[in-house]
Design a protein around this ligand. Structure first.
Ligand SMILES: Cc1ncc(COP(=O)(O)O)c(C=O)c1O
Length: 380
């Protein structure tokens, strides 16, 4: 058994990251300012898109999305149930209805077919998720969406690519998360990236009290301090302390993702002969590059269920995660929407059987070998 605990994830913070944060702390400007602008421009350049806005989290971006799209009771938003609850909760808060599209049983992603099956005249928005770092079939989904807007949840997918273009690039609107476990982090933080300038300027106004001009604009861009509230907005601006950390991390994203890939390939090799452990499948039908945010397996042992498996691995000093428990069978959605088991068979099967194994850039091949050995031991 391992002597020290191997966590499911650990953020990589380098001396350079610390220097960049320290420079902000010494600069006299702490909240959103020049380092926000630098981080937004760097992400746009990296993914190949026009404009971006930093926010305090991706959930904040989703909240603003429900405002900008003016979601109202009766409107419908198609998204998976097998995802983190942020988008679903924000839709529910707006009074609109989250409509759950089924996922592919082995990639955990919605498909053009499962999305098409849920489109109605009330569908206002479609939010597919690029799961675990793999891209979903976004062209196919946009095709079935027709005129209905598609906004991509790319929380897991910074650095992933689809048909040769980076997720977040081209004529898309994508939401990213920089929460502490993501491929790059600002501790908490998010960003919307889009080629739609009007949408981006809406996000800017909604993120800061409904005022077009914020403190940085006034001090540094000579904009009028008399700017008024044009509508009541929120306060979701990211601090420069966080943006500096994000920009510093972004400068090595390709190295981070390459290391994640190397570890994931080793997992695939070492787990290949364990019948009770079924890793996710790669998407098929299009070229892609995986960002390897998570290494997810399904535990299908007649002797040990997923929860017991996670507990047994913990006793072996191996941490694991659960990404994610499906939303539609959680208390609020059972009680308010009448969701019942059997509605989404592939979603529910995976919700009961998935487990995320340790994967972070400072892990070693020996750590992966320890996880594989511990898995064999607990299954035996
Ligand atoms: C798929 C997905 N969407 C959205 C979010 C929300 O991101 P944030 O924590 O930045 O609000 C997460 C966070 O874990 C996520 O995994």
């Amino acid at each position: 058994m391992r002597k020290d605990f191997l966590p499911f994830t650990r953020p990589q913070v380098t001396e350079e990251d610390i220097r960049q944060v320290e420079a902000v702390l010494r600069s006299g400007w702490l909240t959103n300012g020049p380092r926000n602008v630098e981080f937004e421009e760097a992400v746009c350049k990296y993914v190949g898109n026009r404009s971006a806005v930093c926010l305090t989290s991706e959930t904040a971006a989703m909240h603003l999305l429900t405002k900008i799209f003016d979601l109202k009771p009766g409107d419908e938003v198609i998204t998976p149930s097998l995802t983190w609850v942020s988008m679903i909760n924000m839709v529910a808060l707006s009074g609109a209805v989250p409509v759950f599209a089924e996922v592919d049983r082995d990639t955990l992603m919605v498909t053009p077919e499962t999305v098409a099956a849920k489109i109605t005249p009330r569908t206002k928005l479609i939010v597919p998720v690029h799961y675990a770092g793999a891209p979903c079939d976004i062209d196919g989904i946009r095709k079935v969406a027709g005129a209905i807007p598609v906004v991509e949840d790319a929380a897991h997918a910074l650095g992933a690519s689809y048909k040769g273009r980076k997720i977040g690039g081209g004529d898309t609107t994508c939401l990213f998360s920089f929460h502490a476990i993501k491929n790059i982090t600002t501790a908490e933080g998010g960003m919307v990236v889009s080629n739609d300038e009007k949408l981006i300027s809406d996000f800017r106004r909604w993120k800061f009290h409904g005022i077009v001009v914020d403190a940085f604009d006034r001090e540094n861009r000579g904009r009028a301090p008399q700017a008024e509230v044009s509508f009541p907005g929120f306060k979701y601006n990211l601090s420069d302390i966080q943006a500096a950390l994000g920009a510093s991390q972004l400068s090595r994203i390709d190295r981070i993702n390459a290391k994640r890939r190397e570890l994931a390939m080793l997992y695939r090799e070492l787990l290949a002969d364990i019948e009770e452990i079924k890793p996710l499948a790669d998407p098929s039908g299009y070229d892609f590059e995986h960002a390897w945010h998570l290494f997810i397996v399904r535990v299908v042992s007649p002797k040990l269920d997923r929860d017991a498996f996670m507990k047994a691995l913990k006793a072996e000093n191996i941490g694991t995660g659960l990404h994610f428990r499906c939303a539609h069978l959680q208390k609020y959605y059972r009680e308010t929407m009448g969701c019942r088991p059997g509605m989404l068979p592939a979603t529910e099967f995976n919700s009961d059987h998935i487990c995320s194994l340790p994967l972070f850039p400072d892990m070693t091949g020996d750590d992966v070998a320890d996880v594989a050995a511990a898995i064999k031991k607990v299954l035996a």
